[in-house]
Design a protein around this ligand. Structure first.
Ligand SMILES: [Zn+2]
Length: 153
C-alpha cells in the first residue's frame, strides 16, 4: 500500500482500482487562457492562464468523486466545479493520497491566488485548496524528481 499514487487521467477514467485508504486527491490542470468566473460567495475572480493544483478529500468513494471532477458537464456545487467545467481547462493528472487534504495541500508547491477557494470548511488555515504553480515552483519540479514534492503522511 503506497502513501501516494499518481494516476494519469486516461487510466483513471477506465479501470484503475482505487484503494479505500486514499482519503485525499489532487487534480493538476492547465488553464489555456485567462478567465474570469463568478463563483458563489467568492464573487467574480480572475484566473490567469497556467498550471494549477486543486486538493480535495472524499472519505468514501474517492473514485466517484474524482470521476465527477473529470466530467465537463455537471451541476456547479463546489468552487472547483466552476473551473473544471470550463472548456479551456485540461486536466493533466490525478494524485491520490492517504494524507489528509490539508496536509497534502500544505506540502504542495504553489501560490494562493484566490483565498478561500475550496477551503470553506478547512480546519488548518490553508488559505485556499487551489494553488497556482508559477515559474518558481515549475523550475523546482523540473530539476527535482518526476514526482511532486509531497511528503509522506
Ligand atoms: Zn485546508
Amino acid at each position: 500500500m503506497k502513501d501516494l499514487e499518481i494516476v494519469d487521467v486516461q487510466s483513471f477514467s477506465t479501470s484503475v482500482p482505487v484503494a479505500n485508504s486514499y482519503v485525499a486527491y489532487q487534480i493538476y490542470f492547465r488553464l489555456g487562457v485567462p478567465i474570469t468566473l463568478t463563483i458563489g460567495k467568492l464573487g467574480s475572480r480572475d484566473f490567469p492562464a497556467g498550471d494549477y493544483v486543486y486538493t480535495g478529500s472524499a472519505r468514501r468513494n474517492i473514485r466517484a468523486r474524482v470521476l465527477r471532477h473529470l466530467e465537463r458537464v455537471k451541476s456547479l456545487h463546489w468552487h472547483i466545479d466552476y473551473l473544471l467545467s470550463s472548456p479551456v481547462v485540461s486536466i493533466s493528472r490525478i494524485i491520490l493520497s492517504t494524507s489528509s487534504e490539508c496536509k497534502l495541500n500544505n506540502s504542495t508547491e504553489g501560490r494562493v491566488i484566490v483565498p478561500r477557494f475550496g477551503s470553506t470548511d478547512c480546519k488548518e488555515q490553508c488559505g485556499s485548496h487551489l494553488k497556482y504553480i508559477d515559474e518558481n515552483s515549475r523550475t523546482k519540479r523540473q530539476s527535482g524528481t518526476e514526482v511532486h514534492p509531497i511528503r509522506k503522511a
